[in-house]
Design a protein around this ligand. Structure first.
Ligand code: CA
Length: 227
């Protein structure tokens, strides 16, 4: 059966790489921060880990690069350093097409929620200003709200509980392989929007229901998906 949004009542949007074109900044900040602590992290690593909490990312790269576990303090220190570099960068633009998607989803009467692995307080506040009227903090799941981040289903399950809908009535919009894995693990049909440099195959391996290449493409096709 072709993918459809018919009968859905909530859309759960990821933030980085979906609502903001922020991944190039994250990529620079991560590679520089890890290099500062003597570890190599490539831009591809950044996209492959995207969606994980910052500390989980540090833990995985550290294990690979140094062969030993990190302490919680060390994870936090490295993540804080990365977050500092990220904050110093020019603000990432809103993803082209994202506002139009929000408008059309709202018009169709579906709930809008944001489910992000981000712990960037400035971006979590900014999203509420940039998408004012569409999103408030109580409609967001961030790294502050769950113990286990993506690729675990927990953030999306929490999103379902806030929306008050079963998985079958929701749709996830994600750009990252681990984010897609989290949505699928929560039992939610997931739209992959491949806005980064990874090949489609890497995203398709996580079994999204549908794959597009930009939020503008989603905006352009959403009316037909809804009918
Ligand atoms: Ca993302």
């Amino acid at each position: 059966m072709p993918f459809s949004l018919k009968g859905k009542s909530a859309v759960l949007f990821d933030m980085d790489g979906v609502l903001y074109d922020s991944m190039p900044n994250h990529s620079k900040a991560w590679t520089q921060a890890m290099a500062h602590f003597g570890m190599k992290m490539t831009p591809e690593d950044v996209y492959l880990h995207e969606g994980c909490t910052g500390r989980a990312t540090v833990a995985r790269i550290s294990l690979r690069e140094r062969g030993h576990e990190t302490t919680e303090t060390e994870e936090q220190d490295i993540y804080d350093y990365k977050a500092g570099l990220f904050r110093a960068m020019p603000a990432a633009p809103v993803m082209p097409g994202a506002m139009e998607v929000f408008r059309k989803v709202r018009q169709a009467g579906l709930q809008i929620l944001i489910v992000t692995g981000s712990g960037q307080k400035n971006l979590i506040e900014r999203v509420q200003r940039d998408f004012e009227g569409f999103i408030t903090r109580d409609r967001m799941v961030t790294s502050f709200d769950v113990k286990r981040g993506k690729p675990y289903p927990d953030p999306y399950l929490k999103g379902l509980s806030i929306a008050g809908v079963p998985a079958s009535k929701a749709v996830v919009v994600e750009n990252a392989p681990l984010g897609i894995r989290a949505g699928v693990a929560a039992g939610i049909e997931t739209i992959a929007v491949n806005t980064g440099p990874l090949s489609d195959d890497i995203l398709l391996a996580e079994k999204p229901s549908f794959l597009l290449h930009s939020m503008q493409e989603l905006a352009d096709s959403i009316d037909s998906l809804l009918s």
